[in-house]
Ligand binder design. Structure first.
Ligand SMILES: Cc1ncc(COP(=O)(O)O)c(C=O)c1O
Length: 401
């Protein structure tokens, strides 16, 4: 893979060593150009009428659905465009047919956004939440299996954990949830764009993914996947024009029909787009997302993952040579683009992070449930030289102390 060619898409890399896609990534040129083209259209309104302008905007937005479906090997009718992972996860929680006493299982490494919708449902309708504890930063499928009871309706999990990059065994979890008749809800924001997921090979019921991390999308836009067979079992929490089948001649013609009335027997869609905002949506966000996704799809998600594994191998080897403790479980099967390490208590990790930031090396310090440290994100635009620079600075910082 020609990283130098890819780096030309990311001018934000020129003045820094950027290793923080797990926080907010840099956007590629193609995404910014697509948004600029849209903004120009908004400025000038080149279409013959405002109605056509609206239709053009909708067509541009729809490309994000297509590219998201391509990324995870889903169908377009299984994809809804949402603002963020949080938005997608909240919609999922609201749509699931849950009742008082039903149980939802999470693990203790999760980001708060994965837990909040269930905590709200716990207060509102009395669902119960079971929390599986990690073991040295790993979440074991066997522990989840052991915790499932007849009342368990949902397992909700991040396929890659945000503090240490632990990637769960999604295949085993998928089989477990299907065997036990439990909904599997996946937060994929720390995985997709780095390590591929194929929802035909590894079926999940619902998957939410925001665009601004490993997908490199510029503004608040992401997608929600719902497996087609599961769509009829859900109750969409909102309704808008995307919830209904479009009229035969299109909306433009419909609004010119004198005898239409607002209250009538609409034909509601069974497609996932019924989960979209449904009014006039976030066009710049989704247009940027479409371009960022297209770039990843064209570069080839599997090739990108191979490169990322090469980077993380290199970083792990370098940290070991320096005698630095790795927080990330290093087995490739459980690895992602995130490598977290620790040089001591939180204060020292923050000091090191500040030193690295002073030297234009972008990393974060993150913790949850006592798992965390300095988090370095190795993305497909990174090179081995980026990691050597990080390792060299870590070494210098330690020697100076
Ligand atoms: C695992 C995980 N889920 C969700 C989020 C929030 O993403 P969004 O802003 O797309 O809702 C984050 C952000 O750090 C995250 O790490």
């Amino acid at each position: 893979m020609d990283v130098h060619h890819i780096r030309a898409q990311f001018p934000g890399l020129r003045d820094k060593t950027f290793l923080d896609a797990a926080c907010v990534s840099l956007a590629p040129r193609v995404a910014i150009e697509a948004v600029e083209e849209f903004l120009h259209m908004a400025l000038c309104g080149p279409e013959r009428s405002a109605t056509l302008h609206h239709i053009t905007m909708d067509e541009k937005r729809a490309q994000a659905r297509r590219e998201a479906a391509r990324l995870i090997n889903a169908s377009e009718d299984e994809i809804a465009l949402v603002e963020s992972t949080t938005h997608g996860l909240s919609l999922a929680a609201q749509a699931l047919p849950l009742e008082r006493g039903d149980r939802v299982m999470l693990c203790d490494l999760e980001f708060l956004e994965l837990a909040l919708p269930w905590c709200q449902l716990s207060e509102r309708i009395g669902i119960e939440i079971d929390v599986v504890s990690h073991r040295e930063g790993a979440v074991r499928v066997q522990d989840i299996a052991d915790g499932i009871t007849g009342k368990t309706k949902v397992v909700a999990i991040s396929s890659v954990q945000w503090t240490n990059g632990f990637r769960c065994d999604l295949g085993a979890l998928s089989t477990l949830c299907r065997d036990r008749g439990v909904w599997l809800v996946v937060d994929a924001i720390q995985q997709l764009g780095a390590i591929p997921i194929d929802v035909r090979q590894t079926p999940v019921d619902i998957l939410a993914c925001g665009g601004h991390k490993w997908l490199n999308a510029p503004f608040g836009a992401g997608f929600l996947y719902i497996r087609r067979e599961r769509l009829p079992d859900l109750r969409p929490p909102m309704a808008g024009y995307l919830s209904v089948e479009p009229p035969p001649g299109g909306w433009g013609e419909y609004f010119q029909t004198p005898d239409i009335t607002p209250v009538r027997a609409y034909r509601f869609t069974t497609e996932a787009r019924q989960y979209e905002i449904g009014g006039t949506g976030n066009y710049p966000g989704t247009i940027g997302l479409a371009a960022s996704l297209r770039l990843i799809n064209e570069l080839g998600p599997s090739r990108l993952a191979e490169h990322i594994f090469r980077l993380t191998d290199h970083l792990i080897a370098g940290l070991r040579t320096l005698g630095i403790r790795l927080v990330t479980p290093v087995d490739r099967q459980y690895r992602s683009g995130i490598i977290t390490f620790t040089v001591g208590p939180v204060r020292e990790n923050v000091e090191l992070m500040e030193y690295l930031l002073d030297h234009r090396v972008c990393v974060s310090v993150r913790y949850t449930s006592r798992v965390g440290g300095v988090r370095a994100s190795c993305h497909f635009y990174n090179s081995l030289e980026d990691l050597d620079r990080l390792l060299n600075l870590v070494d210098v910082w330690r020697r100076r102390r």
